[in-house]
Design a protein around this ligand. Structure first.
Ligand code: GLR
Length: 415
């Protein structure tokens, strides 16, 4: 079954003003929806980040895979890499890999639709019926930014700028989705304040495993201090500080495992981290590691080196949630609840409602062929119009975060 076409549709939708160590989420998330058309009319779906550079790479990759068998993912991976310049070319490996990752998901979706099998079966078979996710908490401003000269709008989540606000957000998320573990994105406020938030969460949710992730915002000294203060409280501490040396120095004294999606980011970065015992849990992300099969390979590497495995998330839609769920279901040693931003963006999903739902904090693995989700074309059109209206396709920046000057006061709306 040959690939006939790759339709690449960038989309934009609102992101709440979530805060992290880099700044605040932009008013808009940019994603890209792929429709891989196979001869005979079967369409495989994929999703990836939607910044201009990604879109351009996908369009270039799409040209070179026309006519290839949709089952030949090894050859497709090589063709995409070559189309993007290969190892000697101008692009970083992670950028070439990211383009293939989304295409591989679309190929697997099409393969599943052609064979009548769910993607989890194509990955070795599900070892769990449902995949647990964690409540992904953020410090947050109260209002969505003004767009198109309009007024800023409040949302039902309100602000979360102190421990009480964080606990309220957790309660709401757990009430809505049933999550059984909690992650707080930190690195926003002074460490004492974030320690207080974790302690408040512990008091409010005594049985929920807790994680804190400051995205490398701290020095080794601060990281050690926080790890000490939260000994016996955190399930893991994620990326407290930058680099293998820093992580190794923190790991040497921390009582809890250190997790990462910033220090181990590709296969070649595993070895230095293992040699220094710098990390104990690796957060996979099929969007950056080369797709769903590569994620299964990462699982084998983690198993080999006695590392735990969890899953990272950026803002995403239901196509990615389905892909994450299939690969996590088929990965026996992915034993930590996965991260997902989905609750923050679910209102704008391009997937027809029904196939994806949270039951007690877990997403049952869709059992239809392929990813088991269908595209809502009306929503896709609306979100693409929002992308075009945003003018982002004409801009050269590739970041999705708005940076804020040092010393900013996150209690003041900046929009
Ligand atoms: O370290 C992480 O978990 C992430 O990078 C996840 C997201 O990028 C998160 O930090 C965000 O979107 O603010």
């Amino acid at each position: 079954m040959r690939i006939h076409d790759l339709i690449v549709t960038p989309v934009a939708f609102r992101d709440p003003p979530l805060l992290n160590a880099s700044g605040v989420h932009e008013p808009l998330v940019l994603r890209c929806v792929l429709q891989l058309v196979v001869e005979g009319g079967v369409v495989g779906l994929g999703e990836c980040p939607g910044e201009r550079a990604h879109v351009e790479r996908l369009v270039a990759a799409g040209e070179c895979i026309r006519g290839m068998s949709v089952f030949a993912t090894g050859a497709i991976e090589r063709a995409v890499d070559e189309a993007l310049g290969g190892p000697g070319g101008p692009l970083r490996r992670i950028d070439r890999t990211a383009a293939f990752s989304a295409i591989e998901v679309a190929c697997l979706d099409a393969q599943g639709k052609l064979t009548g099998l769910p993607v989890s079966d194509l990955l070795g078979g599900a070892v769990r019926d449902a995949v647990p996710y964690s409540a992904y908490l953020f410090y947050k401003w109260a209002e969505h930014p003004a767009l198109d000269g309009g007024a800023a709008v409040g949302d039902e989540w309100g602000a979360a700028l102190d421990p009480a606000g964080v606990v309220d957000q957790a309660r709401r998320m757990i009430d809505l989705y049933g999550f059984r573990s909690i992650k707080l994105k930190g690195g926003v406020f002074p460490p004492e304040q974030e320690i207080a938030a974790i302690r408040a969460l512990r008091e409010a949710f005594p049985d929920h495993p807790l994680r804190l992730d400051p995205n490398c915002a701290w020095t080794v000294e601060t990281s050690r201090y926080v790890a000490d203060e939260l000994k016996g409280v955190l399930e893991y501490l994620e990326d407290p500080t930058a680099g293998v040396d820093g992580m190794a120095a923190v790991a040497a004294t921390a009582a809890m495992p250190l997790a990462t999606n910033m220090c181990v980011v590709s296969f070649d970065t595993v070895r230095p981290a293992v040699e220094r015992d710098a990390v104990q849990v690796v957060l996979s992300d099929h969007h950056y590691w080369g797709g769903l099969r590569r994620t299964r390979e990462l699982a084998a590497v983690c198993e080999t080196f006695g590392l735990g495995m969890s899953m990272h998330s950026n803002s995403h839609l239901g196509i990615s949630l389905a892909a994450m769920t299939h690969v996590a279901a088929a990965t026996p040693n992915l034993t930590y609840a996965c991260d997902t931003h989905y609750p923050w963006n679910a209102a704008d999903d391009v997937v027809v409602p029904g196939a994806l739902r949270f039951v007690d904090g877990a997403v049952p693995v869709p059992d239809g062929p392929g990813l088991g989700v269908e595209l809502d074309h009306a929503v896709l059109d609306r979100l693409h119009e929002a992308y075009v209206a945003s003018g982002r396709e004409r801009r050269d920046d590739t970041g999705y975060m708005r940076r804020i000057e040092p010393g900013y006061d996150p209690t003041l709306p900046r929009w």
